[in-house]
Write a new protein. Structure first.
Length: 610
């Protein structure tokens, strides 16, 4: 009996010992499991961090490279700006990452303008600082791993070149690589302190012929000024219609120094600025309408806070909100048609140079000089009692320091060159070119014709060339220039000042009469589409008229232009290329640009290809 109790007690002791041994083993296993679970959770959190970093860097690289590629030109290598492309990429990257230092100096390794032929060795802007490394590569060669081993793995570990998508010109491509070191918060438990994410994006330029060209009604060319496009008084500007979308392109970066116009330091200063009047606005209408602003680019290229000034109030007076204009092109689209010796647009040539060589000074060969005894009523200085003068179509040289028209002067057609200024100084005066009227009355304006013209309509195109001086008219006077290209010499007094009021102003561009539609050199030699050419720096002014008919390119790239409207709405199909523009008065300027009478801006854009 006793031995049986002893046997049972020993078994119980053994069971208690075994239980204590198992409990220790479970504790060890649980501790190991906790470490594994914590490690897995840490890895999951850090993996999420890395994925977020990857998404951010890829998005930033895509945005930066697309903006950069807009500074390249797939067709005309000489028009590419690799360094500007690099600076633009940096601007976008610094906007995306607040802690990214300024590495724009590295862009100096890329050329301002490319060499004559596309380089066969890539140029690299490489910068490192803090947790970042940035690498910008131009050109991107067909054989580059950026092309053949794109940043799309594992979905596409390799990718073949497709020239339809990737383009055949390496200099139209640029790459942005972003390397970011991520400090891991939890993986240090496993001895991993950090990781690096890489995003690599490649884009190429797309130019005219690949995406649509843009016909901007207003092309404001000043590079830095605030007050580049303004309205004052009760004036408003509307560009576009339901059928043709309106586009405004403002090339100013809004970075001009100074506290007065055109400086950008004043609190309300902006490149695009309507006045505070409730009726004052700047708007683009129609499907696809836009207001494009270079200042919307991030610094250092642009100055977004000064791009436009939307005055407080219930109704926005700038619509739609301006968007980024990725590239300045200046006056190139126009000069590449009418005044170029290389890199011309299709049909372009040095047509302005041709007339300058023939008509700049003195009496051109084969011209009849006025005054002339055969036309005794023609005098340089009329008075209000002077008889009307009608001159047959031909080549005329007006040898007056100023042709002062107080009654009526009519040139039925041809080319007219003046030694000096033309002034319509009387409210009842009338000057007509290129309309074959019968009698001594000026023509009438036919707003119903397409394109708009006079009655009677011209039978040919014509040219008015001022060797010096200005073209002015007082309010109430009437000036008819149908199918006439007017040239204002770049002299100290070269400008137009066409006062508004009760008079009539008709300025329409040549139509290329006698040239087949496909013969662009013939048409442009007759200044098809071009209404006014003036490279003077003097202020130019056009006033709203009782009757206003304007059509064609008004090319005033170096001067401030003022359009002084009257009451009501004034519609014109002219296109302005001017340094700065101020629309003022009490009316609305409505601009409906006709592609047959305007010059397109190449719709520089970019496509992401890797």
């Amino acid at each position: 009996m006793r031995s049986m109790r002893a046997l049972l007690a020993g078994a119980a002791r053994r069971r208690r010992g075994l239980t204590r041994t198992d409990e220790g083993a479970y504790a060890v296993l649980f501790a190991l499991l906790v470490v594994v679970l914590v490690g897995m959770a840490a890895l999951a959190l850090d993996l999420a961090l890395v994925r977020e970093s990857r998404a951010m860097t890829r998005s930033a690289a895509d945005s930066a490279v697309i903006a950069a590629a807009a500074h390249l030109n797939d067709v005309a290598l000489a028009d590419s700006r690799p360094r500007d492309a690099c600076l633009t990429a940096w601007g976008h990257l610094r906007s995306a990452f607040a802690d990214l230092d300024d590495g724009t100096a590295s862009c100096s390794s890329l050329p301002v303008t490319p060499p004559a032929s596309c380089p066969t060795t890539p140029m690299v802007a490489d910068w490192s600082g803090g947790r970042w490394q940035i690498r910008i590569t131009w050109p991107v060669l067909d054989s580059s791993t950026l092309m053949t081993d794109p940043d799309t793995a594992p979905a596409y570990p390799t990718q073949a070149l497709n020239t339809r998508v990737d383009g055949a010109n390496p200099c139209s491509r640029i790459a942005v690589e972003v390397f970011r070191t991520n400090q891991l918060a939890f993986a240090g438990v496993l001895g991993v302190a950090d990781s690096t994410t890489r995003a690599a994006s490649v884009a190429r330029s797309l130019v005219t012929g690949q995406i649509s060209s843009v016909y901007a009604a207003l092309n404001i060319l000043d590079q830095t000024a605030c007050d580049a496009l303004t309205t004052n008084g009760q004036a408003g500007v509307t560009v576009g219609t339901v059928l043709r979308p309106g586009v405004i392109a403002v090339e100013s970066s809004a970075t001009a120094p100074g506290n007065s116009s055109p400086g950008c330091s004043n609190s309300n200063a902006a490149a695009i600025k309507p006045s505070t009047n409730v009726n004052n606005f700047i708007q683009a209408v129609g499907t696809g309408a836009s207001i494009q602003s270079f200042a919307m680019n991030p610094a250092p290229l642009g100055n977004p806070p000064k791009s436009f000034f939307q005055f407080p109030g219930p109704n926005a007076n700038i619509t739609p909100t301006p968007v980024v204009l990725p590239e300045r092109i200046g006056a190139l689209p126009v000069t590449a048609v009418y005044s170029c010796t290389a890199g011309c647009q299709p049909g372009g040539g040095n047509y302005i140079g041709g007339i300058e060589s023939r008509y700049a000074t003195g009496v051109p060969a084969g011209f009849t000089v006025l005054p002339d005894p055969a036309y005794p009523d023609f005098v340089c200085n009329q008075n209000t009692a002077s008889p009307a003068v009608v001159l047959p179509a031909g080549n005329w040289y007006v040898n007056c320091s100023t042709l002062d028209v107080q009654t009526t002067v009519i040139f039925l057609g041809g080319t007219v060159v003046t030694r000096g200024s033309i002034s319509l100084g009387s409210a009842n005066s009338c000057l007509s070119f290129n309309s074959p009227v019968t009698g001594t009355s000026c023509p009438t304006y036919d707003a119903t014709s397409d394109p708009v013209t006079t009655t009677p309509a011209p039978v040919d195109d014509a040219l008015l060339y001022l060797q010096s001086g200005h073209l002015t008219k007082v309010g109430g006077a009437s000036l008819y220039l149908p199918q006439v290209m007017t040239y204002i010499a770049n002299t100290g007094q070269g400008y137009v000042d066409l006062g508004g009021g009760t008079g009539t102003l008709v300025m329409t561009s040549p139509l290329g009469v006698g040239c087949p539609a496909s013969d662009l050199p013939c048409r442009y030699a007759k200044f098809y589409k071009l209404s006014l050419w003036s490279t003077s720096t003097q202020t130019h002014s056009v006033g709203g008229q009782a009757i206003l008919g304007m059509r064609g390119v008004m090319f005033i790239p170096n001067a401030h232009t003022v359009f002084d409207g009257q009451g009501g709405s004034v519609q014109t199909s002219s296109q302005f290329w001017t340094d700065t523009l101020d629309v003022k008065g009490q009316g609305t300027l409505v601009m409906d640009v006709d592609p047959d009478a305007s010059i397109s801006r190449p719709a520089l854009g970019a496509g992401l290809i890797r």
